[in-house]
Every structure is written in C-alpha cells, then in structure tokens.
Ligand binder design. Structure first.
Ligand SMILES: *Cc1c(COP(=O)(O)O)cnc(C)c1O
Length: 406
C-alpha cells in the first residue's frame, strides 16, 4: 500500500477565503447590479467610511488600485520634475513607479535588516534641498518606524505618504498604519490582507482640502462635471469591488488574528527545531498583520530551499529578488551594486513561506517539517564551496521574539 501523495500547500489560497462568503458576496453584487450605479454610489461610500473608521482618519477616497493610491497624493502635492522623494528600494515596484511617472526622482534608501523597513538614519543622510516627500513602506504587514520618520519629516518639511498596501490593520505607536503620515495608501489587490475580486485602492488623510483635491484628481480633475481646473486621471473604485470589500471588511480583524497565530506558531516551531534561518521579528511599539512570513536563508542556500519545498508541493515566494535601485528602468539614476548593502543582501536571502488565514495546522506542520529537513541536510550536503547553513545572516534576528503585536 502506498500512501497518497500529500496535497500541495499553496502560498496562499484566495478561494478558501472567498468560498464561504459567496452567498453574502453574491447578494452584495446583486444589489449593485440592481441599482445600476457601478461607479461611486452607496457601496463605495460605505466602504470609504469603513476604511476611514478602521484607519482612524477623517477622509478615505477610493481609487482604482494601490498604485494609484500612491500616485494621487503625490499629484495633490504637486510633486514633479526637480523634486526628490525618499523611499525604500526593497519594496514592490509601484512605490517607486508612482514617483517616476510624475517625473520626480526616486531616492532609494536602505532598510533595517531586522524588519526589512526603511532605515530612518539612511533616509536622513539622503535628504537634499530638493527632497519634498517620503514614502515609508510597511513591508510584509509590519509598520515602519514612523516615530523617527515623522520627526525627520517635520524637521525637513517633508510630505509623508505611507505605503500601507500590505498593512491594513497594522499599528505603530498605537496608531493605525496609513493614519500616521499625511496620507496612507491601501491596495485591495486579491492577494492583500483585504483582497477584492479585482483591483482597488484607497487614500486616507486628515487633510480636508487635499481630500477634496484627490477626489477631483481621481475623476479627471473635474468639478463640477465637465469643468476642469486640474488635470486628473480616471482612477475610481468600482461599486462591485466596494460591495465585495464591504462584506470582507467584517472579517479583517479575525483574519489578522489568524495570521498572527500562524506567524507565532511558525516561529516557535522553527525555533524548537533549531533551524538556522533568520526568523522574522516585530520591533516593540509596532504591530504586524503578517501579509507575509519571510525568513532569511544565508550562504546562497535560499534558491535551494525554495526548490526543495517546491519538490514536495509546498509553495513559497521571493519578495523581492531585484532591488528597485538596480532595476533596468532606473539605470539613469546611476545606482550600482553595493550602494544599498542591506537591501541587496535581503534580496539574496529572503523567502516567504505559505501564509493565509485559512491555512491549517497540518499544512503548517508540513511546511515546518520540510524546512527543517532541508536545513538539517543542508549542513551536510551543501556544495563544498559554500559555508554550511548554520551561520545566520548578518543582521538576521534568529533569537528574537517573533511578535509583540497586539
Ligand atoms: C500591492 C502593492 C502596491 C500596489 O498595489 P496595486 O493595488 O497592485 O496597484 C504598492 N505597494 C506595495 C508595497 C504593495 O505591496
């Protein structure tokens, strides 16, 4: 008798989340269809109000994507040619793309190796008279060091746009991500912690005047209709997406708690097996909503671990393999390898393991077992030229507690 091959463990499974909600979601979509209001309308306003309340701000403005949620505040602040914007290089492309699309210059800042988030001291070193704004990213769901960053911004009169696309529900100093800077940018791309059934985004702010400007900019700058004092874009939130997100919003806290429990369990299980990986940590005073659980694999063994997991049907992902300062499209900015050492090392070492609220204990056990098995064999069968895996990456926090979140 041969045992059936175990079912694959996916990196994430959106269907498992959506399936039990389908009756509710279908009804919400049917209501939009019935009213025929497909752009803006009551479902959009309800969702904007829910996000504003969640983030604890006065204004939330829906838009077409997280990418546009970064673009529109930059437009509202008239950021353009001649202006510099500080941002981490270790992030999704959209953070820098928004800046470059407006003709402004992205200035790439290194990360803190323990959190993967922007290093406030490196940001301070890169401020010039042309620096107008800063976009801290709350990477993998953990809030950046907003206290230091806001102090820096105040000192140099910089606009702060928080890229909270991976971090809805996270906090720093007890304040929600996206509600600390001048603006917050959120994405409802299907794989985010609050994922729609298509694209969607949201801008949060406490600035009533700028909220008004952004509301016009997302609709070709018109106000009233067909009168344009500003050149805007078409970036509105579909009512059908808002209807879906209104349903899913009710579960946001519950899902974040499930992710946190999975993260804590990964950390305790991996530690008890004494794996020589850099395990993620959450610094005190901030919380993570664990959009990703990302480990560091030193000594060039990362890709081998990914292949070993893949061979036994376990998903994993590399966020992000190429730092933005080394991307071809930014060649003219003149960066070269070695400019942002922590970023470049992270790009070589990171591997994100399966993480989604509905992941089962059995699935997680299989991930842990496969990682541990590779880790043990890795130290004996590694290629002779490479150092054994039991040396943690410089800066990796192997022993620190996983989460002070709450
Ligand atoms: C997903 C993401 C974005 C862009 O969001 P879209 O909705 O896909 O446009 C921006 N920044 C970060 C950090 C993201 O993870």
């Amino acid at each position: 008798m041969s045992a059936a091959a175990p079912k694959p463990v996916p990196m994430l499974d959106v269907n498992r989340q959506n399936a039990p909600l389908l009756p509710e979601i279908d009804a919400a979509i049917a209501e939009v269809t019935r009213t025929g209001t497909f752009i803006n309308g009551p479902a959009c306003r309800e969702f904007e109000e829910a996000v504003a309340a969640q983030v604890g701000v006065d204004h939330a403005i829906g838009c077409a994507s997280g990418s546009d949620a970064l673009l529109l505040p930059l437009m509202a602040e008239n950021i353009g040619p001649g202006d510099e914007v500080l941002l981490p290089s270790f992030t999704f492309f959209a953070t820098a793309g928004a800046v470059a699309r407006l003709g402004a210059k992205p200035v790439f800042v290194d990360i803190l190796p323990d959190t993967f988030n922007i290093d406030p001291e490196d940001a301070a070193r890169k401020i010039t008279p042309a620096t107008k704004a800063m976009i801290p990213v709350h990477l993998f769901g953990q809030a950046a060091d907003m206290k230091s960053l806001m102090a820096l911004a105040e000192e140099h009169n910089l606009v702060v746009i928080e890229d909270a696309c991976q971090a809805i529900g996270a906090t720093a100093g007890g304040v929600a991500a996206g509600g600390i800077g001048h603006y917050g940018a959120f994405s409802f791309y299907p794989t985010k912690n609050l994922g729609g059934m298509g694209d969607g985004g949201m801008i949060t702010t406490n600035n009533a005047e700028k909220a008004d400007v952004i509301q016009r900019l997302r609709n070709h700058g018109q106000h009233p209709r067909y009168y344009h004092h500003l050149v805007g874009v078409n970036s509105r939130l579909d009512a059908i997406q808002a209807a879906v997100l209104n349903v899913k919003m009710q579960y946001l806290t519950e899902w974040a708690e499930a992710r946190r429990a999975h993260a804590d369990r990964y950390t305790s299980e991996l530690k008890s097996r004494k794996v020589s990986l850099g395990l993620p940590m959450v610094t005190s005073g901030v919380s993570s909503v664990w959009n990703q659980y990302t480990v560091r694999v030193a000594d060039g063994q990362r890709d081998a671990l990914q292949q070993a997991l893949n061979a036994v049907g376990i998903g994993s992902a590399i966020y992000y393999p190429v730092p933005l300062h080394l991307q071809g499209c930014f060649e003219s900015l003149g960066y070269s390898e070695g400019d942002l050492p922590h970023t470049e090392q992270a790009a070589q070492e990171v591997l994100s393991l399966p993480m989604f609220p509905e992941m089962t204990t059995e699935e997680q056990d299989r991930v842990v077992a496969a990682v541990a098995e590779f880790n043990q064999s890795g130290s004996t069968t590694a290629a002779p030229a490479s150092v054994p895996m039991n040396t943690p990456a410089a800066g990796a926090n192997v022993d620190l507690p996983s989460s002070k979140a709450g």
